[in-house]
Design a binder for this molecule. Structure first.
Ligand code: ATP
Length: 306
């Protein structure tokens, strides 16, 4: 009997582990995303945060040796300021955010936070300093409260609700059948892209990081939702060093500096007004977006007439 019991017990343990990892999809993705080549250097020290200024110094990077994605990129995000990266699809914008989070290491050049090369500090301390609002937030199969609290597991109910308010998701939560106790995810309530993004913002508010890394969703949101998310993000980014990877131009107008990336190089940089006056790539991207917006508006007016 004992001979049979042991393997069964073992199988039971494996089953529980698999089940747990399926529930914690995000944790699983984090494990999968972890690049085993990225390790803490011997003697790596925790990041010493001052104002959380970020610098990219002549950064080069490629996923595979034949194709260089970043070809010598240098810029700075001064402490507490906001820099936005824009540019055509495939220019290397999201790659910049992956390098800052140290999913990969640069091939040459360096990235520093408050003067410390991110390869010399522990990954744990680097990631603790960064609040990431990703393109697609994966939710746990658990309650809304659990999903928001994930930003800081020790947070009390009042703090969770305050974060939800700031992220403008509290109205939605209150309309769900069980409020904060509503189950979401695979077997529960399905959330839209905009709602998921606001859950991610609420998590980030709870985490209270010095650096905010926003990788904007490429999926189109309706203009009301977009404005709500924009307001929430503006509130969160105040006073934090913020790097925005922007796929929509409307969200970058207020940035302290806009970096226009093209084929892995910085093609233009400046404020919105400066770049518009230049009448270069940024200006033509705006023109194109305006045409698309106008075409959409005409289309929806046409649908209303039907
Ligand atoms: P988009 O606006 O479309 O999201 P992007 O400017 O953010 O584009 P990146 O995601 O940084 O672009 O990708 C830059 C280039 O690197 C693309 O050509 C992409 O195909 C390639 N790339 C991205 N991730 C990988 C990867 N894991 N392995 C190999 N190539 C990759």
């Amino acid at each position: 009997m004992i001979q049979l019991y042991q393997p069964l017990n073992f199988l039971g343990m494996i089953y529980r582990e698999i089940k747990q990892s399926l529930i914690d999809i995000e944790a699983m993705f984090a494990i999968l995303a972890r690049n085993p080549e990225i390790e803490d250097r011997k003697g790596a020290k925790p990041l010493e945060l001052k104002g959380a200024a970020i610098r990219f110094e002549d950064v080069r990077f490629s996923y595979d040796p034949e194709r260089e994605i970043l070809k010598g990129v240098s810029f700075e995000v001064p402490a507490g300021q906001t820099v936005a990266i824009v540019g055509p699809s495939g220019a290397g914008k999201s790659t910049i955010s992956r390098l800052l989070y140290r999913f990969y290491d640069v091939a040459s050049g360096r990235i520093t936070v408050d003067g410390q090369d991110i390869r010399d500090i522990t990954q744990e301390s680097l990631r603790a300093a960064i609040g990431m609002v990703p393109q697609d937030t994966v939710l746990f199969n658990d309650t809304l409260a659990y999903n928001i609290r994930y930003g800081r597991p020790g947070a009390g109910d009042a703090e969770v609700e305050r974060a939800a308010e700031l992220a403008q998701i509290d109205g939605f939560v209150k309309r769900t059948p069980k409020g904060y106790a509503t189950e979401v995810g695979e077997r529960g309530l399905k959330l839209s892209g905009g709602e998921k993004q606001r859950v991610a913002i609420a998590r980030t508010i709870l985490k209270d990081p010095a650096i905010l890394l926003l990788d904007e969703a490429t999926s189109a949101l309706d203009s009301h939702t977009e404005r709500e998310i924009q307001d929430a993000l503006e509130r969160v980014s105040r006073g934090r060093t913020t790097l925005v990877v922007a796929h929509r131009l409307s969200t970058v107008v207020g940035a302290d500096e806009i970096i226009v990336l093209e084929h892995g190089r910085i093609a233009e940089r400046g404020t919105h007004a400066e770049l518009m006056a230049r009448r270069g790539l940024y200006h033509s991207m705006w023109q194109r977006q305006r045409e698309v917006d106008e075409a959409k508006a005409t289309l929806s007016r046409g649908e209303d007439d039907l």
